[in-house]
Design a protein around this ligand. Structure first.
Ligand code: IPE
Ligand code: IPE
Ligand code: MG
Length: 256
C-alpha cells in the first residue's frame, strides 16, 4: 500500500511525488545514520572543515522531518564518536557547540512535532554546555510520544559493550552463579541504547564502507545502505531511496 498523504498539513510543500513509492506497511522502525563526509564537502569548496559540519547540521532537520512523516519510530544519528576526540581542538570545540546550535533553533519545532530527544553515549568528557543543551531537549520532549531522535554523541560501541558487561557483572551482587543463565536481552539492557529496538536500516554517507565503532551489537541484523553522497549534500530524496532499497531486501535472519 502506498503512503497516504493525509497528515502533513504543516508541510507547505507538497511532497506527494517525492514519497510516492514508499510502502507504508514496510517502514523500518529504527533507522541509524553515520553522517559522514562533512570535512570533504568543505574541502571541495576550499572552506574550513567546520563549514561542512555547519552545513551538515541543516540536513538533520530535513531528515528528521521526513523520517517523522513516513512513520519511522526511531532515528539514531552518529554525531560524534569516542575516536573523534583525536581531531584538532578547534574542530572538536565546534562539534561540541553543534548540539546547542541545532537545538536552540530546532527544539521548539521538535516539541511541536511530538519528537522525543534521546542521547546514546558517554557524558564523560563532554563540556557542560553540550550536556546542558541535550539534557534540556530530553527534558522538554520527555512527554512526547512520536519519533525518537537519538543522538549518538561521544559514542563508541566497544566501550559501550565493555561497560555493559561490567554493569551486568555488578548487578549480580553475590549471586555470581547466575552468570551461566544470562541472556542476550539481559546484556542488551545495559547497552547505552537501553530499551531502544535494534536498527532495521543503517545508512552511511560519503562512500566509506565501514562501521567506525558504531552499534556493533545492535546492527547484527540491520540492512546496510551506503552512498557516495557527502552528508551536507544528503536530501530527503536520498533518504527515500534508502527506504526504497530497504523495502526490496529479504530479511531472513538466518532462516529461508
Ligand atoms: C562526519 O564528517 C562528521 C563527524 C565525524 C563528526 P567528517 O568530519 O568525518 O567528514 P570527512 O569524513 O572528514 O569528510
Ligand atoms: C564516524 O565517522 C563518526 C561519525 C560520523 C560521527 P568518522 O569520519 O569519524 O569515521 P572514520 O574515521 O572515517 O572511520
Ligand atoms: Mg569522516
Amino acid at each position: 500500500m502506498l503512503k497516504k498523504l493525509t497528515d502533513h498539513k504543516k508541510n507547505k510543500k507538497n511532497i506527494k511525488d517525492e514519497i510516492i513509492n514508499i510502502d507504508e506497511d514496510n517502514i523500518p522502525k529504527h533507522v541509524a545514520i553515520i553522517m559522514d563526509g562533512n570535512g570533504r564537502w568543505a574541502k571541495k569548496r576550499g572552506l574550513p572543515r567546520i563549514a561542512g559540519h555547519r552545513e551538515g547540521m541543516n540536513v538533520i532537520r530535513k531528515v528528521v522531518k521526513r523520517a517523522n512523516h513516513i512513520g519511522v519510530e526511531a532515528l539514531t544519528l552518529y554525531a560524534f564518536s569516542t575516536e573523534n576526540w583525536k581531531r584538532p581542538k578547534n574542530e572538536v570545540d565546534f562539534l561540541m557547540r553543534l548540539p546547542e546550535m541545532f537545538l536552540n533553533k530546532e527544539l521548539p519545532k521538535l516539541i511541536d512535532e511530538n519528537v522525543v530527544v534521546r542521547l546514546t553515549g558517554s557524558k564523560e568528557n563532554l563540556p557542560k554546555h553540550t550536556i546542558n543543551a541535550v539534557e534540556k531537549a530530553i527534558e522538554d520532549t520527555k512527554n512526547n510520544d512520536g519519533l525518537i531522535l537519538n543522538f549518538a554523541l561521544n559514542y563508541g560501541s566497544r566501550s559501550e559493550i565493555l561497560q555493559a558487561v561490567k554493569q551486568l557483572y555488578h548487578s549480580l551482587d553475590e549471586n555470581k552463579e547466575v552468570i551461566d543463565h544470562i541472556t542476550e536481552d539481559d546484556l542488551s539492557k545495559f547497552l547505552m541504547t537501553g530499551d531502544l529496538q535494534d536498527p532495521d536500516l543503517l545508512i552511511r554517507t560519503s562512500g566509506e564502507i565501514r562501521l567506525s565503532n558504531f552499534m556493533l551489537w545492535q546492527l547484527a541484523y540491520a540492512e546496510f545502505w551506503f552512498t557516495d553522497v557527502l552528508w551536507p549534500d544528503f536530501t530527503e530524496d536520498h533518504f527515500n531511496e534508502a527506504i526504497q532499497v530497504y523495502q526490496k531486501r529479504a530479511r531472513r535472519y538466518g532462516g529461508v
